[in-house]
Design a protein around this ligand. Structure first.
Ligand SMILES: [Zn+2]
Length: 117
């Protein structure tokens, strides 16, 4: 078989066990692995493109969480006589954040809570 001549154990094995130089050489002689490598490059390019976008989303989510924590801390300090008001505001804040999480396009379940696999 052709693959025997090329000493090919499959793309993953070659990628894992060969050093960069040998791997690149193997890509030149092995059509199967070259194809697979091109496919992997494409996926990796897509991830690179998506990265700043994902980072931006994460940053927004973190700002929201920080803001929520800040408000909760402020209400916690002021809340002895304003206890009931504080709870109302806190509930509104949580509802608002739930909405924002959906707006950010993060995975949410049918109740609008952040869904983590
Ligand atoms: Zn190969």
């Amino acid at each position: 078989m052709d693959n025997q001549n090329k000493n090919c154990n499959g793309y993953e094995a070659m990628f894992t066990f060969l050093n960069e130089e040998d791997f690149n050489h193997h890509l030149e002689v092995c059509e199967e692995c070259a194809k697979e490598h091109a496919r992997m490059q494409k996926v990796s390019d897509l991830i690179q493109e998506a990265k700043p976008y994902i980072k931006e989303k994460k940053k927004q989510a973190r700002i929201l969480v920080t803001a929520a924590a800040f408000f909760v801390a402020v209400f916690a300090t002021l809340s002895v006589p304003l206890c009931m008001v504080g709870v109302d505001v806190y509930d509104n804040l949580v509802a608002q954040n739930t909405y924002d999480v959906q707006e950010l396009g993060l995975p949410v379940d049918e109740y609008g809570f952040l869904y983590i696999e």
